[in-house]
Design a protein around this ligand. Sequence first.
Ligand SMILES: Cc1cc2nc3c(=O)[nH]c(=O)nc-3n(C[C@H](O)[C@H](O)[C@H](O)COP(=O)(O)O)c2cc1C
Length: 158
Amino acid sequence: MSNKKQLFIYYSYTGNINSLIPMLCEELNIDTLRIEPTLAYPRKEELFWERYNDEINNKLTPPIKEININFDDYDSIIIATPNWSNTFPPSIRTFLTSGYLKNKTIIPFVTHDRNGEAGIAEEMTMLLEGNNVTSALVFQENQLTKEQVNEFFNQLEY
Ligand SMILES: Cc1cc2nc3c(=O)[nH]c(=O)nc-3n(C[C@H](O)[C@H](O)[C@H](O)COP(=O)(O)O)c2cc1C
């Protein structure tokens, strides 16, 4: 891995990925960018699932909060996403289809609670044509140690 700064882009709804940020910042040379929908999900469960099902089933791309990052500063970008119904959350879909990323090395991180990576990295590859998507680092919930992070990057060829 080069020592050049990487960008760590993530979406975290229940906070698992977010809780790993301090450890990741210690182990990796990264800047972080959190993706968030412009319109927060409703707290009321019934309304949450109504919106969830509509967005996931129809592969919608809801608006996300403004991004103030110069992507030219980074050659390599980590995209960390939870598994939501074996795909990524709609806000990540919005980001991936917005055309921000060209000629980058993309490193997927996928967290889940039972289904694993479930083809999410492959779907990312399809949406990110013109970029080089590597193998994914997959972990459950917030169970990711600095040893696993270092081992992953040591074996990654890019
Ligand atoms: C709305 C929602 C849907 C989810 N769907 C799945 C799923 O289909 N399969 C799975 O393995 N995990 C699923 N999960 C679990 C998350 O992928 C897992 O808890 C992850 O660590 C959450 O990361 P976060 O806390 O950073 O958002 C779901 C979680 C949420 C909140």
